[in-house]
Design a protein around this ligand. Structure first.
Ligand code: SF4
Length: 407
């Protein structure tokens, strides 16, 4: 099954594992890539990750840490909705991980819709210092358009109760907000600030080319940029507010010559692995929006090691290693090295190509938005494309010197 990777390239160190401990969700967001983008594999998986899968997953990660002398690991609990797993079971899983992972720096994180937060969950979050990410789309009238329950009712008030409980317990939490196209950006941002979020990330909607054509008709050619730029300008002018907006920090960092901190921009690879409730090893689950099984490796924690997955020949493993070439159509773009073609699932086009890679050899559907946002960040930072390139070269030299001195 395993295939060798590019000659001479070292394996990336994977320090981030995403455990899908629940494959179902208590709510039913209309845009969800798990349930509403044509992939129904969730229905065949256990509703909750069984104990034998939990233990085997941790044991595989442990073996990997030992073999690679890793001293830090981040375990992120995802779903579906991970709080369906149960607070007591979650506590036992964290205890098992603490006991069995041979690292000094073990961090836990959870991505939740915050509608099922109880005092038991709060105790566990506190005890294991779990970093809490909450999915929310802004004010009630915006949030409740898409984030609805299985009866079609909006969930904002239930999220607000969950946030209140977390805040009263003194826990901090970050927001993940899927960019609500066509909505008033500052209304959304100020609502998130009012709700107590200090860390906010705005996500580009995960859409296919077909959906994007419809979106352009409805909202114009750059609806993501139209939403993000006013928030960037507000954030830039109010930096004393001490709020982190991840996407802006990421773009500013890249523009200043740094490398991308995640796989949404830069084309550098995505060193994290998903483990499904049935133990399957997967990468980049958003690939579910693309026709075909591009994220499916066929590997699982019972029969395969983490290293098997990293070396696998499938598209998701190639993405993990950073082995997927940037789109050829992007080669003359000034942001070629900084944007890198955008997020892999957004580069998909259904083509007749016999190789999966051929379907991803296209610029992001959000290309025009990305260019517009980079342009705005550049003019505020007063850093041109050529200066970014010079800074990158200088930083690469420093890195090389340090690694020579360290060796
Ligand atoms: S901005 Fe567009 S053309 Fe440029 S690298 Fe990104 S996706 Fe490609």
């Amino acid at each position: 099954m395993a295939a060798s990777q590019g000659v001479g390239r070292p394996s990336p160190k994977v320090k981030s594992f995403i455990l899908k401990i629940a494959s179902r969700c208590n709510i039913d967001c209309t845009y969800c890539y798990v349930y509403h983008k044509g992939d129904s594999s969730w229905a065949t998986k256990p509703k909750l990750m069984p104990p034998e899968v939990q233990k085997q997953a941790i044991n595989r990660i442990s073996d990997y840490c030992t073999a690679h002398k890793l001293n830090e690991v981040r375990l992120t609990f995802h779903g579906g909705e991970p709080t369906l797993f149960g607070a007591r079971e979650f506590q036992q899983l964290c205890e098992y991980a603490q006991k069995n992972l041979p690292v000094d720096d073990l961090r836990f994180a959870i991505q939740t819709n915050a509608t099922l937060i109880t005092s038991e969950w709060i105790d566990v979050f506190r005890r294991f210092d779990v970093s809490i990410g909450v999915s929310i789309d802004g004010p009630k009238h915006v949030h409740d358009r898409h984030r609805i329950d299985h009866q079609g009712k909006g969930t904002f008030e239930r999220v607000r109760l969950g946030l209140n409980a977390l805040r009263e317990a003194g826990l901090s939490f970050g927001a993940l907000c899927v960019i609500p196209l066509g909505q008033k950006p500052l209304d959304v941002h100020e609502t998130l600030l009012d709700l107590g979020f200090k860390n906010i990330d705005y996500l580009f909607p995960d859409v296919s080319l077909k959906e994007h054509i419809q979106i352009s008709k409805e909202f114009g050619p750059t609806p993501v940029a139209d939403f993000l730029i006013p928030i960037f300008e507000y954030w830039w002018q109010n930096s004393s507010l001490d709020t982190n907006v991840s996407i802006f920090r990421q773009i500013a960092g890249i523009v200043m010559g740094g490398v991308s901190i995640n796989d949404t921009l830069g084309g550098e690879g995505c060193p994290y692995i998903f483990i499904e409730t049935n133990g399957e090893l997967e990468g980049l689950d958003v690939l579910k929006i693309c026709d075909g099984d591009h994220g499916v490796s066929g590997l699982n924690v019972f029969d395969h090691t983490v290293e098997d997955y990293i070396r696998h020949e499938g598209l998701a493993s190639m993405a993990l290693r950073g082995d997927i070439p940037k789109p050829s159509l992007c080669s003359s773009c000034p942001e070629y090295t900084t944007c890198g073609g955008g997020y892999l699932p957004h580069r998909f086009r259904p083509t007749d190509s016999e190789q999966a890679l051929g379907n991803f050899d296209y610029p992001s559907v959000w290309c025009a938005d990305i260019l517009s946002i980079f342009d705005t960040v550049r003019s505020n930072l007063e850093v041109s494309v050529s200066e970014t390139i010079l800074r990158r070269k200088a930083l690469a030299r420093v890195k090389e010197k340090r690694s020579r001195e360290g060796s």
